[in-house]
Unconditional design. Structure first.
Lengths: 330, 397
């Protein structure tokens, strides 16, 4: 335990100059977000269960996480087209809950990392620079050649590697660092969503990405905070506005370390859940469970307008930050 | 005249010289501080601060939890997040958010807690370090009220004054005892006081260990023991006057004071444990303490019986009050003023006082008892005193 703290603090010191460095990569989030919401005085809200809006202990302004929530648009099927991304591993201290700073290892400065999207049979080219303090890799889920798996090809600090392979199969996937110790490299934040669109485009929808995660801030092997897209209670403070007239499609992945499963529960409605998004088979439900690394696609046609909660159905996770709202409008 | 002036100036120079080491020390410290961390850099790297706030007190009020935290380390710690039973809760602060060394802050959480069920609060620093403290069973923290005041007073009366007074009633029986038996009872007094002293010392060290690091080490206990031991020595010297020896009523008064200081600590322990919801104040516990403390009355009665005069009932009652009434005061202090440092000092003082009285009683037995300290009556009386306290202590445990 003390060892992990030591590492944590060293990074904390090391991250300070990096925080001021210019952003690399077009999918990086606004860096200032980490320092935003500096002092949220304790709010004596009326009741915990009713936490919504400005009384919620969450970091940041209304559009801070838009880059992570709204994926880049799907492109039409065009085999052989090159899709280029640039990912830079960096040590950044992130404010994950008001006043709580986590010395994270990130892809492009955010946890989770940027959404990578391609259409099946696109040639995906991901240039990876390790600007962090430890060796890292990118391990993509999906089908690819042996040398592109991000397990044996360790990228040391200051080194670069370009991953290149045809994107397949279609579905909702993920990517994460596979350097050892694996648990450490994942829970410190090196992961993100990886969407491969089918040759036949999915019907138009309001598309959202949600990566479920947790943070073990005191190094005791269990999470202190849970979030979707990196900040606890963020979508309770800033509800996600969606329209009732169009399907809401959520690309959902679980990258929570330490806990066996995480879950997504929608209030007051049902959705179609396509496991891994790799076939037309779905379940009609309001609660899905995902083990670590599992993912899928949800499609919701909201029946009513209003404010509806969504959260992990593990009450503990919900009350430690994995809770938010949809604001459904006409 | 001139020689005298020279001698005076030499004396002055000698005194000024005493300032030399102090000034040189200041210069050395200044030099070291001005080099910053470069000395540490020669060796390696300081580990990061623990950033663990110390949760000192949890008060449960209707619809509200108040958590008092103290920063035990040199670097300041900022309070960032608060949980109750592993759920993040909104909170307000009565005190600073960034808590400096040995400073405290109170976190106020509006919370609908469930009576009689366990509860755990967690406080997370800005660096993400969470400390938790459990409340075994949630009960409302008593606040100052006339009824509560009376309650604590009655507890103190029951476990302090009443048993000591009852123990004193053995006086007529003790008067008829042979000198050998009287010596045995005096030794018994020494035995039970030794037991109380050791117990108090252990308690003082235990409480001291639980204090935040900067609040003084084991030396705090030594301070308490020394002050009370020397204070008791002073009192006994004043009581005995010039030349005469301590015995009879005077020794009984010393024993009563020693026991009284111990009962102050005992009352404090009962009061504070109850206030923190750590103690079930059942009939059994009170009965246990009563039986335990009856022997203290016997301890005071023994030197009275040994004395020549016949004390008035008023003087006996005064002895019972000196020995027993501090339990009432202790219960009040423990119930309403939660100062851990005070608790340490009380128990250390109890240890010092008890040990000093053991010395007085020991001297007395050595001088007056047939066969002195090593007689079979004295030895078995002492061991009997320890054994009786041990056995009756089990009842109060």
């Amino acid at each position: 335990m003390p060892k992990s703290r030591l590492t944590r603090r060293r990074l904390l010191a090391a991250a300070a100059p990096l925080a001021a460095a210019p952003l690399v990569g077009r999918f990086a989030l606004d860096e200032g977000a980490g320092a935003a919401g500096v002092r949220h005085a304790g709010h004596a809200a009326s009741g915990h269960a009713a936490m919504i809006g400005e009384t919620v202990p969450a970091v940041g302004g209304p559009h801070d996480l838009d880059e992570l929530l709204y994926p880049p648009p799907a492109l039409p099927y065009q085999p052989g087209r090159v899709r280029e991304y640039r990912l830079v591993a960096r040590d950044v201290e992130l404010e994950i809950a008001p006043g709580v700073f986590f010395p994270a290892w990130t892809y492009n400065g955010t946890v989770p990392g940027p959404v990578i999207r391609a259409t099946e049979d696109d040639l995906l080219r991901v240039r990876f620079l390790n600007a962090g303090s430890h060796p890292h890799t990118i391990h993509f889920h999906g089908i690819h050649p042996a040398g592109m798996d991000g397990v044996f090809e360790i990228v040391g600090p200051g080194e670069e590697l370009t991953y290149e392979f045809p994107a397949k199969p279609y579905g909702m996937h993920l990517y994460h660092c596979h350097a050892t110790p694996l648990k450490k490299h994942i829970h410190k934040g090196l992961y993100g969503a990886f969407i491969i669109d089918p040759p036949e485009p999915r019907p138009p929808a309001q598309e959202l990405v949600m990566v479920m995660n947790g943070y073990d801030t005191d190094g005791d092997g269990s999470n202190n905070f849970y979030t979707v897209n990196g900040r606890s209670f963020y979508y309770a403070k800033h509800p996600i506005r969606v329209s009732r007239s169009q399907t809401v499609r959520i690309y959902l992945a679980n990258l929570t370390e330490f806990d066996l499963v995480n879950s997504f529960h929608l209030h007051a409605d049902f959705f179609r859940y396509y496991p891994t998004g790799s076939s037309d088979r779905f379940e009609y439900t309001d609660t899905v469970m995902q083990c670590q690394g599992q993912r899928g696609i949800l499609e919701i046609e909201f029946s009513n307008t209003g404010t509806f909660m969504f959260h992990a159905h593990q009450s503990e996770f919900a009350e430690l930050g994995w809770m938010g709202y949809f604001n459904v409008v006409d | 005249m001139e020689a005298g002036a020279r001698a005076r100036s030499r004396e002055l120079a000698g005194r000024l010289w005493a300032l030399g080491p102090v000034l040189l020390l200041a210069a050395c410290v200044g030099l070291f501080v001005s080099t910053g961390s470069s000395l540490v850099d020669l060796i390696g790297r300081n580990p990061p601060p623990l950033d663990e706030l110390d949760i000192r007190r949890i008060e449960l009020r209707p619809g509200e939890i108040r958590i008092r935290v103290t920063n035990p380390q040199a670097d300041p710690i900022a309070i960032a997040s608060v949980t109750v039973d592993d759920a993040i809760v909104p909170f307000a602060l009565d005190g600073p958010r960034e808590v400096k060394r040995l400073r405290s802050s109170t976190i106020v959480v509006p919370y609908d807690w469930v009576a009689d069920e366990p509860l755990a609060v967690g406080v997370t620093s800005s660096t993400g370090i969470e400390v938790t403290r459990a409340v075994p069973a949630a009960v409302e923290t008593p606040t100052a009220s006339a009824k509560g005041f009376l309650g604590y007073g009655l507890i103190g009366l029951l476990v302090g004054v009443v048993p000591v007074a009852l123990g004193l009633l053995w006086l007529p029986s003790l008067r008829r005892a042979t000198p050998q038996w009287l010596a045995a009872f005096m030794a018994l007094t020494a035995g039970l006081l030794t037991f109380l002293g050791v117990e108090a010392l252990f308690e003082a060290f235990g409480r001291q260990a639980a204090l935040p690091g900067g609040s003084g080490g084991a030396g705090l206990v030594l301070l308490g023991v020394a002050v009370s031991y020397l204070g008791m020595t002073f009192v006994s010297a004043r009581l005995r006057g010039r030349g005469s020896e301590v015995g009879g009523m005077t020794l009984a008064l010393l024993v009563a004071i020693g026991i009284g200081i111990h009962n102050l600590g005992e009352g404090l322990a009962i009061g504070s444990s109850f206030a923190f919801g750590e103690l079930t104040l059942g009939t059994f516990l009170i009965v246990g303490f009563m039986i335990h403390n009856v022997t203290e009355g016997l301890g005071i009665a023994a030197p009275v019986a040994e004395g020549s005069g016949r004390p008035t009932l008023a003087r006996l009652a005064a002895l019972a009050l000196v020995a027993g009434a501090p339990a009432i005061l202790g219960a009040w202090i423990g119930g309403y003023v939660a100062s851990e440092t005070l608790g340490v000092l009380f128990f250390a003082a109890a240890a010092g006082a008890a040990l000093q009285v053991v010395v007085e009683v020991g001297r007395f037995v050595a001088r007056r008892a047939p066969g002195g300290l090593t007689s079979g009556h004295a030895v078995s009386g002492f061991l009997g005193g320890v054994a009786v306290m041990y056995v009756t202590g089990l009842l109060a445990g």
